[in-house]
Design a protein around this ligand. Structure first.
Ligand SMILES: [Mg+2]
Length: 113
């Protein structure tokens, strides 16, 4: 599954009208949802790094998926695809970090093949 395929799945099943009366409410739901679920990922990381727990990979997968769900709500609100977001991030990182050599266009194209 690709991110865009995931977004198609989200778009098919997600009725934004069920997640708030206004886009402001939907944005708030998405933002708070990302923060809430990212907090759950952070909790797993903390317990693994500092409390002697073994990372529960299945739980981590589910929590990271929850982050993705809320992230997708925000992406949908602003008519963004997840591929578009990843590509923008490649450009940003290549511009910021000299260790990431290469033309961002080439990097994006190579990964798309
Ligand atoms: Mg969760």
């Amino acid at each position: 599954m690709t991110f865009d395929h995931y977004m198609e799945f989200v778009n098919a099943g997600l009725d934004l009208r069920e997640h708030g009366d206004t886009d402001r409410e939907r944005l708030l739901l998405g933002g708070l949802g990302v923060a809430d679920e990212a907090g759950e990922v952070a909790g797993l990381a903390k317990k693994t790094a500092f409390h002697g727990k073994t990372m529960d990979r299945t739980k981590l997968l589910k929590e990271m998926g929850d982050v993705l769900w809320y992230f997708a709500i925000i992406a949908r609100l602003y008519d963004m695809t997840l591929d578009e977001i990843m590509e923008a991030n490649v450009f940003k990182l290549c511009d910021r970090d000299p260790r990431l050599h290469g033309d961002p266009e080439d990097i994006i194209t190579e990964r798309a093949v």
